[in-house]
Every structure is written in structure tokens, then in C-alpha cells.
Design a binder for this molecule. Structure first.
Ligand SMILES: [Ca+2]
Ligand SMILES: [Ca+2]
Length: 167
């Protein structure tokens, strides 16, 4: 694939429609005419690309350009040409401030947002970022567990108080 979706920011810090973007990348040395290519989301909203993208160049399209509101949950962003899918990215449960960025053939969530540039990272850095996500989701699981315990404890105590009140 020479033209790819390289990064998608679905859930920026602040107003989503002001920060959301889709970044494409020309993964070849030759420039590509963008006529005929278009971006689309799962709801069928489309945005036609035009002009030219130089070899190894990035282009960023914001909500104000595309009108594509990227869902933070259950979303697919497509790069298409003539009805054919050139590339696609699936998004689900996107945390605020984390963009989905291409590393080779894979995508990772990262807080290292690089609109208009590539994500330069060593393998170690990639692992750090992956661990960051794991830790973030682990933390939310722990916090949820603690909250549920506190609420459950309070409900038990409250019921106990009510029952003992009428004795
Ligand atoms: Ca969004
Ligand atoms: Ca980027």
C-alpha cells in the first residue's frame, strides 16, 4: 500500500470537533494524485481528496475540512478510491488525548500526537506506549472495583440501619 491512513485522533482533549483529525501518508517515493480518493466514516459521511501528495509526505484533515465527526466508540475510518477500500482503521473505546497511530502494519494508541509527521520511536518506546495503555486500562479497572466496593458497602450499611430502625 502506498497511500495509507497513518493517524486518527478521535478523542482530542477539549472540543472533539476542534481537534479531531485524520492523517494520511504516502508510503512511496513517488507523488500521488489524490483525485478519486476519499475519506469515509462508518456512517457513510465522505470527504473527497484533491491535489497531490508528495512521496513520503503526510497530509492532515481536520473536522473543519472533512465534516467527518469521528466517533470515540465503534467507528471505522476508510480511505477509499472508486468504492474500493484502500485502507481502513477501526476505533473503539478511545481514551481522551490518545491518537491511534500507525507503526508499520500495526496501529497503537499513543499520547504522542504527531499531526503532519510520523511517529518516530524505537521498539522500546513502542513497548512503553503499549504499557501506558495497559496501565491506563488497569487503573480504570482498579478504580471501578474500589468504587463498586464502597457503594456496595454503603448500601449494605444503609439497609442495615433501616432494618434496625423498625425493630
Ligand atoms: Ca470524537
Ligand atoms: Ca502523525
Amino acid at each position: 500500500m502506498s497511500l495509507v491512513i497513518n493517524e486518527v485522533l478521535a478523542n482530542p482533549v477539549g472540543k472533539d470537533t476542534e481537534g479531531e483529525f485524520i492523517e494520511i501518508y504516502n508510503n512511496s517515493k513517488d507523488s500521488i494524485f489524490l483525485t478519486g480518493y476519499y475519506l469515509a466514516d462508518e456512517s457513510g459521511k465522505t470527504f473527497n481528496l484533491k491535489g497531490e501528495i508528495e512521496g513520503l509526505e503526510y497530509k492532515v484533515f481536520y473536522y473543519k475540512d472533512t465534516g467527518i465527526n469521528i466517533n470515540n466508540n465503534e467507528e471505522i475510518i476508510y480511505l477509499k478510491k472508486g468504492g474500493e477500500v484502500v485502507d481502513e482503521v477501526v476505533l473503539s473505546g478511545v481514551l481522551e488525548g490518545m491518537s491511534l497511530a500507525r507503526v508499520g502494519e500495526n496501529f497503537i494508541f499513543t499520547n504522542n500526537i504527531t499531526e503532519g509527521a510520523g511517529l518516530i520511536m524505537s521498539e522500546e518506546k513502542t513497548l512503553d506506549n503499549i504499557n501506558l495503555i495497559d496501565n491506563a486500562s488497569l487503573n480504570s479497572v482498579v478504580i471501578t472495583g474500589v468504587l463498586i466496593s464502597i457503594i456496595f458497602g454503603f448500601v449494605v450499611w444503609f439497609l442495615y440501619r433501616i432494618l434496625t430502625l423498625y425493630e
